[in-house]
Design a protein around this ligand. Structure first.
Ligand code: OGA
Ligand code: NI
Length: 198
């Protein structure tokens, strides 16, 4: 895996956004997607919030995705395999780049047809522990016209990233403004942050 990790980090260093087309092993991507569909079917997914302050009313104008936090206490094999993979990545990142990441948090994300996440940055206003954002896509047969591209805004330029299966995207959380365009099919992913606790 080290060469995959290395390529993602080198791409990040060169472009401020690291993209790796096949970061997730195929079997893992499939089982995570199946888990996510099951969580949706059993109504375990919850509307995502904006910021870390409990909002009484979800602001449907900013985002309308559904989420479920991964946790080792679920004792779910693919969740644990995924978290093992991320732990290995963090170990590699910390040892090669001295990033000092101390914890991670990841959630499954489902964008139902017609949903989006307007332009934003990932660090909270009152807490800067999120250092890096990482998104992994689970749509097996995404095609042009399905929408839901990730747009990253950098130096007056917009980069559109297609949410294709097993791809990882990696960037600094306080750095890049980004947006998820409206999706025309249910869009599935895992989203998370590598954190440095102060
Ligand atoms: C987020 C986010 C991007 C994506 O959840 O903060 O920006 O492509 N997600 O899902
Ligand atoms: Ni974001």
């Amino acid at each position: 895996m080290d060469s995959t990790f290395n390529l993602l980090i080198e791409d990040y260093i060169a472009h401020h956004i690291g993209i790796s087309a096949n970061f997730l092993p195929t079997n893992l991507a499939v089982s995570l997607k199946e888990n996510l569909i099951q969580l949706f079917n059993t109504e375990k997914l919850k509307a995502a919030k904006i910021g870390n302050i409990e909002l009484l009313h979800q602001d449907k104008l900013i985002r309308n995705d559904l989420i479920y936090w991964l946790d080792r206490t679920h004792e779910n094999k693919s969740e644990n395999d995924f978290l093992d993979l991320i732990d290995a990545f963090v170990l590699f990142l910390n040892s090669t780049c001295y990033t000092g990441i101390t914890s991670v948090e990841f959630h499954y994300t489902l964008y139902p047809t017609g949903s989006f996440y307007r332009k934003h940055k990932d660090q909270f206003q009152n807490n800067d522990s999120r250092q890096f954002s990482m998104i992994l896509y689970l749509n097996e047969d995404w095609k042009i016209g399905d929408g839901g591209e990730l747009c990253i805004y950098q130096n007056n330029m917009t980069q559109k990233i297609t949410p294709t299966n097993a791809k990882a995207v990696f960037f600094k959380s306080n750095d890049l403004a980004h947006e998820v365009l409206e999706t025309n099919v249910p869009r599935m992913s895992i989203t998370g942050w590598l954190k440095r606790d102060k």
